[in-house]
Design a protein around this ligand. Sequence first.
Ligand SMILES: C[S@@+](CC[C@H](N)C(=O)[O-])C[C@H]1O[C@@H](n2cnc3c(N)ncnc32)[C@H](O)[C@@H]1O
Length: 312
Amino acid sequence: MNTSLLPYAFAYKHHFFEQSLIVLADCFEWMTRVPEASIHAIVTDPPYGVKEYDFDQLEKRANGNGGLWRIPPSFDGHERSPLPRFTALTETDLARIEDYFIAWAKSALRILRPGGHIFLASNALLSQMVFTAITHAGFEYRGQVIRLVRTLRGGDRPKNAEQEFTNVCTMPRSCHEPWGIFRKPLPNGMKISDCLREFGTGGLRRKPDGNPFEDVIESKRTPQAERKVADHPSLKPQSLLRQLVYASLPLGEGVVVDPFMGSGSTIAACEAIGYTSIGIERYEEYYLLAQKAIPALARLATKETQMSLSLI
Ligand SMILES: C[S@@+](CC[C@H](N)C(=O)[O-])C[C@H]1O[C@@H](n2cnc3c(N)ncnc32)[C@H](O)[C@@H]1O
């Protein structure tokens, strides 16, 4: 147990692993309690439509009742999990998402050390708006990581007119997932080398072979072995997350936070590579799932991680 994380548990229900802490809390509330400039990096996969993880929407998903969750068309006899339907968002929803991310990023800006990075999962439909919102809160935009992955989103023929317009798709089939990279500005006039010395932040960690971290990562859908231990609708693969968290601490030291932890895949990735981390989740069912899933996910060896990080 890493006792240096004890002050971040406050009075919330929490659980310790070897290097990490998970907390059952609303991250907005938790962040107001965290001391200013104490966190080195944030790696997270937020609730993208904001509404899809509201308790009423999760209930609709569990009952197979639709709402913002839809079942992708089945064409090969396999049962598919519901996906959030971002195209169902109205103008008002979109404005709400923008306000939400500005407010969230302002809190993140306060708790991060100068030069601290955020890696933020996104999708092709909403990334432009959300990334702009994060910069409105005061972050520098530092590009994006493109996770090459084929999802089942997009590429459909016009609804109820599939036979009439066989050669049309309403939007591209998504083959990538953009992750925004943001940095808290360095103090005026400070050089990156000084920021690294003073705060342990400011840059990204190179790969173990000395090559720079790259912004395209070949990936696959989350493997079945990982889904088995962490049945969360937005589970991200260990092979990807281990590379992202590795890069997020330039000196390999400090604290990584995932404020939208879900089943704990980011925290498991940190545990797997020996990083210190804190995960926050407000939905008790997922918090309890994370408690079980983190050690199991962390133990999984992935071929891609072995090749790219040579750590396990
Ligand atoms: C997109 S999922 C992340 C899933 C994660 N990538 C995984 O692999 O399990 C977002 C998570 O954030 C949680 N969440 C939503 N709003 C929250 C808040 N205000 N504070 C903490 N957690 C929140 C949701 O319950 C959901 O589990």
